[in-house]
Design a protein around this ligand. Sequence first.
Ligand SMILES: [Zn+2]
Length: 105
Amino acid sequence: MEKEKLEEARMVDVHAHLDEIEDLSRSLQEAKAAGVMGVVAVEMDIESNKKILKIAEENNGYVYPALGHHPWEMNEKEVEENLSFIQNHIHECVVLGKIGLTSCL
Ligand SMILES: [Zn+2]
């Protein structure tokens, strides 16, 4: 892409594990400075789903949560607990992520 067009591009990070970033505030500031207009934060399990809802609330209008359950995390009790959590909070997320479709392709 030409440099001028890249500078005009609107960028959105559609897959970021923000709960794993040590200095999240600094990372989000750097993303904004680089022209990233928003971040969709994907999650792995119930604990990270809870964390990302809090991060999204703290960064309203910039971080958008994608609740989910990674297929590598298939403890039956945790799956049921997480699915219930997702169902109760689905109105707070913009998309479901980590639902195993990529492993089926
Ligand atoms: Zn991922």
